[in-house]
Unconditional design. Structure first.
Length: 107
């Protein structure tokens, strides 16, 4: 059985209202249409260890890691990604990770 895929991002948002209007709301609609579940979207991440770059944290669950990557590389998402990277933020970090299969430790 395939594990869910998680898109995890730390973004350095320039202007929250503009970011939400021009990126957040359209991405929510597009992601929801593509099976995404938005688990975290907040400026309130609390750093307990190390350094956390970014003033906006996002965790999105997709049916699989492959579907998360397909979404990221889609033609529909491309203009939104471009706006996020080059207009609405001062960069950030974004990863896709496969969910943990706990059956591997049950023996």
């Amino acid at each position: 059985m395939s594990q869910p895929g998680y898109l995890i991002a730390q973004i350095n948002v320039k202007d929250y209202p503009q970011y939400i209007d021009e990126y957040g709301l359209p991405v929510f609609a597009l992601g929801s249409k593509n099976g995404a579940e938005f688990l975290v979207a907040t400026p309130e991440a609390k750093t307990l260890e190390g350094e956390w770059s970014g003033n906006w944290t996002v965790v999105i669950r997709f049916p699989t890691a492959e579907s998360a990557l397909t979404f990221y590389n889609s033609a529909e998402y491309a203009p939104l990604r471009e706006a996020r990277m080059n207009k609405l933020s001062n960069g950030g970090n974004l990863v896709i990770a496969e969910g943990f299969d706990s059956s591997v430790i049950r023996q």
